[in-house]
Design a protein around this ligand. Structure first.
Ligand code: AMP
Ligand code: MG
Length: 313
């Protein structure tokens, strides 16, 4: 059910859940201080209660409404990457609902750049918890159509067009002057290092953990197989009776539909989930996916493709 900005703001202020556009993916938003509204997000998504939610705020001026401390390093990162596809995990104020932080001592905060998300945050004055507007482990939505297909017509949804970043935010945890990358995204580790220096918290002695970063995630319903070599993909296609392929750049397979994405990380990310949604809607038994080169600019796309194709053993 589509709603306009004023209706969305009103629903959110009354503790209802609304799907909203952000530049990364569509979020299933609710007042982050309203525990009934937060429970509703988990129920609609069928998301486990131990997987915390990102709180979206209008600007870094609101950080200290949620975080116990906003260290100089965290401030530098916020200044560099907000508004944008970047989430900071900081020590939480004790008043922050344990539901939104899934019992963690930390809170995840993001200032989104999407103009409609911004207007909504400013008009409501709320912090909005907004995980992706899809069922747990499924593909994230980047259009209103994806939200409606995944969650049904009864969820109020605010149209902001197709998301321009197209994959979920980069998440960085900061404790004092130490930092750690918790989730890859289109803001690259190297860009963070330019601001923050090389990460000083080793992976092994993770301070704040990255709950919810399961190996199976962002996943179409059709089985997916990844290929780093075009020849191997073409060869595999000849043995499949009913498949579709995703190729980077030009080209096609002979015995199934081919989808092509640009050989450029930002452009591929923007279209990736929409293409996977389209491929998943076909009645094929397998999706053959060509993976990009192994270089840092492609790291977030590799991460999402490997989670999307992860098989539970
Ligand atoms: P999303 O599913 O895009 O809403 O992102 C949520 C992810 O952010 C979770 O799965 C966690 O990995 C991370 N996250 C959110 N809140 C916290 C938190 N308080 N502490 C650590 N990680 C968090
Ligand atoms: Mg999600």
């Amino acid at each position: 059910m589509q709603v306009n900005l004023a209706e969305a703001a009103d629903l959110l202020k009354r503790g209802k859940v609304v799907a909203i556009p952000t530049e990364t993916v569509y979020g299933l938003a609710a007042d982050a201080r309203n525990e009934d509204a937060l429970r509703e997000i988990y129920a609609i998504k069928q998301r486990p209660a131990d997987n915390p939610l990102i709180v979206h705020i209008a600007s870094s001026e609101q950080v200290l409404d949620w975080a116990e401390t906003f260290s100089p390093l965290a401030q530098k990162l916020a200044k560099a990457f907000w508004p944008g596809p970047f989430t900071l995990v900081l020590p939480a104020k004790s008043a922050v609902s344990t539901i939104v932080r899934a019992g963690e001592p930390t809170v995840a905060l993001r200032v989104p750049a999407h103009p409609i998300a911004q207007q909504l945050l400013q008009q409501t004055g709320l912090g909005l918890a907004a995980p992706s507007a899809n069922k747990y482990t499924q593909l994230s939505p980047t259009t209103v159509q994806h939200v409606e297909d995944g969650l049904g017509q009864h969820i109020p949804v605010l149209d902001g067009g197709a998301c321009q970043v197209g994959i979920e935010s980069t998440i960085v945890s900061v404790v004092g002057e130490q930092w750690q990358l918790l989730r890859l995204g289109m803001i690259l580790e190297a860009e963070i290092e330019l601001i923050a220096g090389v990460a000083t918290i080793s992976e092994q002695k993770t301070l704040p953990k990255a709950p919810g970063q399961h190996l199976l995630h962002y996943s179409p319903k059709t089985p997916m197989q990844l290929f780093s070599s075009r020849e191997a993909l073409i060869q595999a296609a000849t043995t499949e009776t009913n498949c579709a392929a995703l190729l980077i750049g030009d080209g096609k397979i002979d015995n199934g539909l081919t989808f092509n994405l640009p050989n450029n990380p930002a452009e591929m990310a923007e279209k990736l989930y929409d293409t996977l949604h389209q491929m998943d809607a076909l009645t094929v038994t397998k999706l053959l996916i060509e993976t990009p080169e192994n270089s840092p600019e492609w790291s977030a796309i590799h991460d999402r493709l490997s989670r999307a194709s992860y098989k539970v053993h």
